[in-house]
Design a protein around this ligand. Structure first.
Ligand code: SF4
Length: 388
């Protein structure tokens, strides 16, 4: 027995609360985690129980090393990508009132707005001339906007700025457009496809656990509906991303449920281009009363790394410099991230939660190089267009 080891007799101190089974449990735990490590090395799929055990118990640095192994499997050349994009929001009017959102306004509020198609085109043209290749467009669920606005917008962007890729309308928005236009989500998607839209963002997923959704966004589509609308989009031919917002009321089990749901859908459709986990920003939200502090870097990196390990059918997992800061953006690349998202010119949603970080292309290149990777600009389909 080494000096550090404690015998069972030494632990049986009268009246003490020392847990004599602790070393046994610790040993079992270590063996369980070691078994999961072996599975990751052998490139075998993890079960939800194994994912949960890693998320709860694995050493953070070991998680990072495993995530790095998986990242390298998918991206063997060491590139880390980013996109030059802009993120305007066409309306802040919303009837869905999510408790985590600081952006929405009720109809008729003094600072409510809805941009016309002409105004949006003006913003997009200016961004395109400043180097943006993608416009990530999302907005509130505004009962006054009907399908023809969205279809006309897509058609005009295709006609007037054909080299700017429109990446627009998340699953909950599609569902809301369907409701306000009196048609199905499938019909909405088909009309947008026919107008020329080819990718949709993975927003509105938050946590795909109905237990949590009932608390943070009771008026929004539930997890099953999010999956259904995304499946419909993939079946038509759209590619999309999947997001996850964590650091609020979710438990580890909810994170595993989220990852399991999107991994299963990816098996079925292969429609996801990337997974984008990001963290809840409480400022100016209703949820701030319950959760006033953001989660720390340890938790962020733990969830990021676990996601990379668990999602064995996703080519990319994105690091969130935007919610975590630029230094953490660099560190995220050692915890499984192979993409740093976009420049996000014109971002408003998290801006309302006092998150106003910005990054130029040069800064993104610097974040990637300083972490020891090769920077590359990409398009919305994650195809590399330029190396630095
Ligand atoms: S997250 Fe979207 S749906 Fe929810 S309140 Fe904000 S704008 Fe509306």
């Amino acid at each position: 027995m080494s000096d550090e080891e404690i015998s069972e007799d030494e632990m049986k101190v009268e009246g003490s609360k020392i847990d004599t089974c602790y070393p046994i449990r610790l040993n079992k735990l270590a063996m369980g985690i070691a078994g999961i490590h072996d599975k990751v090395f052998r490139n075998e799929r993890l079960t939800p129980e194994e994912g949960l055990l890693l998320l709860r118990e694995a050493d953070l640095l070991e998680l990072g090393a495993l995530a790095d192994l998986v990242r390298t499997r998918f991206n063997p050349e060491g590139f880390v990508t980013f996109v030059a994009d802009t993120n305007p929001n066409y309306t802040n009017v919303c009837d869905t009132e999510c408790l985590f959102c600081a952006f929405w306004r009720p109809p008729g509020a003094t600072d409510a707005y809805t941009l016309s198609i002409e105004e949006l085109l003006r913003i997009m043209k200016a961004s395109f001339h400043n180097g943006a290749t993608t416009v990530l467009l999302q907005g509130g669920h505004n009962p006054e906007i009907k399908l023809d606005y969205y279809v006309e917008l897509v058609r005009r962007v295709r006609e007037e700025i054909p080299d700017l890729h429109l990446h627009a309308f998340s699953a909950p928005e599609i569902s809301a457009i369907a409701k306000y236009s009196g048609i199905t989500s499938k019909e909405v998607l088909q009309k947008l496809w026919d107008a020329g839209l080819r990718t949709i963002p993975g927003g509105g997923a938050e946590i795909l656990s109905n237990r949590v959704r009932k608390k943070i966004s009771p008026l929004k589509i539930d997890a099953d509906q999010w999956i259904r609308v995304t499946r419909e989009a993939h079946q038509i031919g759209f590619k999309s991303t999947a997001t996850m917002m964590f650091g609020h009321l979710e438990e580890n089990e909810d994170i595993i449920e989220h990852l399991e749901r999107i991994r299963s859908l990816q098996d079925e459709t292969s429609g996801f281009l990337a997974f984008i986990p990001w963290t809840f920003k409480p400022k100016n939200t209703f949820l701030e009363r319950k959760i006033s502090q953001e989660i720390g870097g340890d938790r962020y990196l733990r969830v990021l790394a676990l996601s990379r390990i668990y999602l064995d059918n996703f080519n990319h997992v994105q690091g969130s410099w935007f919610t975590q800061g630029k230094k953490m953006g660099s560190i995220s690349l050692h915890y499984g991230a192979s993409d740093l998202g976009g420049t996000l010119y014109d971002e408003n949603v998290l801006g309302c939660a006092e998150n106003k970080l910005r990054a130029s292309l040069d800064e993104l290149v610097h974040m990637i190089k300083s972490a020891g990777f090769k920077p590359a600009q990409r398009d919305t389909f994650y195809r590399i267009t330029k190396q630095f």
